[in-house]
Design a protein. Structure first.
Length: 403
């Protein structure tokens, strides 16, 4: 299938417009990373506490943020995740201790801040949505609503576990009212719970902590993974083509990475481990697209030895244009669907893919190819050799043998 039949677009003739575009956006991204938003690292890299909260009704991010500020939890990051109907929010705090006390501290801080949003005073009652099994068990044993006698300890332990499991597993972590537990608790127990508990409109489902040492280690590993991938591709292209081919392709990939990171910095979008995975994916995708163009250039240099290298590169790009539009276009539609419908958790990952597919395809044509032409023209003018002479020695010898 072909979208274009015998296209003859002068890509290299328009290279300065696109190089100016790259320069502007690369400079803006670098300035943002250095002076404005810097690199907005996610909690995976900077360390901190993640608190997963589920609400009974659609949450208001502004009210949650105001409650966090009022409770002294400054710079809390609030992010929706999961399907919108689940009313789930991820709150990120800069609490970096890794002890059990820190876990409880993070949870209690969020609970106290959000309880301030409750419409009325609950008269000293406890929140049934945000207590653990042991607290509920102690209450039931103390009140003994079932008059269990000698079997009270074992019976109330089972009842407390049944109520907590029903809340967390069946209802997703939040009860709309105390009477909801009537499905697993006898009427006498429900009446007793209504005397001592209320249900807030939220429940803290889970608390996770990423320590600063782990965050620093992940930063180092992410950087090394990116650099190693670029170095490996440079070596591969060096052996398959020439060093200049590898250098041009690696510069194009580095250009893609800088613009993608710069875009995240400009819009202040957090960079998480999934974003790094997307960037590594894009490095491979961009490199593959560049190799396809370079391979066609190498073939045409052998066949069209009397033409200038600029004409050969233009012809090669035009010959691979249908393939580029098909593969890049379909890939872009896929990642765009992921960005639009994948939910908040995949937002950063899919955004990096959307940006990277566009920039990666563009850089194969307007960054890597002009670099190759500029270098070969410089080398040819300095040595006075022809286009055919710009092939590596081993290939020139092979051509002579075939002739």
């Amino acid at each position: 299938m072909e979208f274009f039949r015998n296209p003859n677009i002068d890509f290299l003739g328009k290279k300065w417009y696109f190089l100016a575009f790259s320069l502007i956006f690369s400079t803006a991204g670098i300035l943002s990373m250095l002076f404005w938003h810097h690199i907005p690292l996610g909690v995976d890299f900077r360390g901190g506490t993640l608190v997963y909260v589920k609400f009974t009704t659609p949450p208001n991010d502004d009210q949650i943020r105001a409650a966090m500020d009022h409770a002294g939890l400054r710079d809390a990051r609030i992010q929706r995740y999961g399907p919108s109907g689940n009313n789930e929010v991820l709150i990120s705090l800069d609490l970096k201790e890794t002890s059990e006390q820190a876990l409880d501290q993070g949870k209690n801080s969020i609970v106290h801040a959000l309880q301030a949003l409750q419409p009325q005073d609950q008269g000293g009652k406890q929140d049934l949505n945000n207590i653990g099994y042991s607290t509920l068990n102690q209450y039931l044993v103390q009140k003994d609503p079932l008059r269990a006698g000698l079997d009270a300890s074992q019976r109330y332990e089972q009842l407390a576990r049944a109520i907590v499991n029903y809340r967390d597993k069946t209802l997703g972590g939040v009860l709309k009212s105390v009477s909801d537990v009537s499905n697993v608790a006898p009427p006498a127990a429900v009446a007793s719970l209504q005397d001592g508990f209320f249900t807030s409109n939220f429940g803290v489902r889970n608390v996770e902590i990423v320590g600063p040492q782990v965050g620093n280690q992940l930063q180092k590993q992410a950087l090394l993974a990116t650099l190693y991938s670029l170095a490996g591709m440079l070596i591969y292209l060096w052996f398959r083509f020439e060093l200049i081919y590898g250098a041009a392709a690696v510069v194009a990939c580095f250009h893609d990475t800088i613009i993608t990171l710069g875009a995240f910095s400009l819009i202040n979008q957090e960079i998480s481990l999934t974003v790094i995975a997307a960037i590594l994916t894009l490095i491979g995708y961009s490199m593959n697209d560049t190799i396809v163009v370079f391979d066609r250039i190498r073939e045409n240099v052998r066949l069209l030895r009397r033409e200038s290298l600029s004409d050969i590169v233009n012809r090669s790009i035009n010959q691979t244009l249908s393939r580029t539009v098909l593969t890049s276009g379909l890939t872009f539609l896929t990642v765009l669907s992921l960005f639009l419908f994948g939910g908040e958790v995949l937002h950063g990952f899919s955004l990096a893919l959307v940006i990277g597919i566009i920039i990666g395809t563009y850089s194969s044509i307007f960054i890597a190819s002009p670099m190759l032409v500029a270098y070969q023209d410089w080398r040819g003018s300095s040595s006075g050799r022809s286009v055919a002479a710009k092939l590596p020695e081993s290939r020139r010898e092979k051509m002579k043998i075939k002739a």
